[in-house]
Design a protein around this ligand. Sequence first.
Ligand code: ATP
Length: 372
Amino acid sequence: DVERRGPSMKNDLALIGVAKTFGPHVAVQDVSVDIAEGSFFSFLGPSGCGKTTILRMISGFIEPSAGSIRLGTLDLAGIVPNRRPTALIFQNLALFPLMSVAENIGYGLKVRGVSAAARGRKVDEMLDLIALSGFAGKRIEELSGGQRQRIAIARALAVEPKVLLLDEPLSALDLKLRQHMRAELRTLQRRAGITFIYITHDQGEALAMSDRVAVMSKGQIEQIGGSSDIYDNPGSAFVASFVGESNILVGRITATDGQFAVIETAVGDLRGRNPKHLTTGDAAMLFVRPERLRIAAAEDDLVVNSLTGDINEVMFEGLTFIITLRHVSSRLVTLSLANDGTGLAFAPGSRQTVSFSPADGLILPAGPIARL
Ligand code: ATP
């Protein structure tokens, strides 16, 4: 018996070669991904890349034009939304404003014919889960944005879905609350123990909460990985430019050795990692994060990857100082320095040399980059 409850019990969600076209327009193209049961998974990408279309296919509001979607061994094709083991939370939450908190949370159970007593037990359990015990009798209008968010999640979880789908649920909240809700959502996901699939164009949100992230562009998955992998080892110019900040230096490969290469750019020859094995003559881009640049102090620093220019602007951002440097080639280079509380001695106009370790320069094939 124990053996039979092995892999076949698993409720991993699999998209296999999924595509969606609207007339001549291809919204989603050949998307394949395995989403482990009980994980927090995000689809991240700019507006129009197909995220919502994927979510609507998983929830059953639209059917794929090609490919299949499975939960464990169950093929979801043809199953109407309210019979799927999924629940969807919309951007606007769609709570019932005139009903009490308890009525909202119990709503899905009521339409399924669950008795009042059983509903009451489930509502209490859900209120406990979202840490709002004692709120059962309140009206939605009396609640804060963050509390409404949690009620929407409780209402969705009350019907015990295997997968909870979240469509940019934090976008209506102010910045502070949004950041706070990231931690709350992650905690709720762990406690509920089910799969959360989250779509967002906000890379900070996706990276902060997810076990794994799929970065999308133009209807296709560009890269799937853990948050730090996506951030530290982007696989394409698009991902490197969309996720986090980067200085991007365009050029051509002039030499390679082992793991590294040299790229000739407008700011000089720069050395960086070459994970895609580009060869001499290839069009390439070097990406270096602002936090990986440092002010060159010792002579040693000047041997490789040094850039000299005049400080253009110094911006105080609390945790860091963001400094832009106008390279002698007139290119702007951005670096960020941690704020250690002792202030910063650099004034706009002063000449500085900055450098970075070759390990912190990432050279990738030249390609489309994400627009701001
Ligand atoms: P956003 O973040 O702006 O919601 P998205 O990444 O969720 O964007 P989708 O809503 O999935 O993107 O749309 C992907 C593409 O498919 C877009 O170009 C969109 O215009 C198109 N599209 C979506 N739904 C339809 C439809 N019903 N008919 C025609 N085109 C559609």
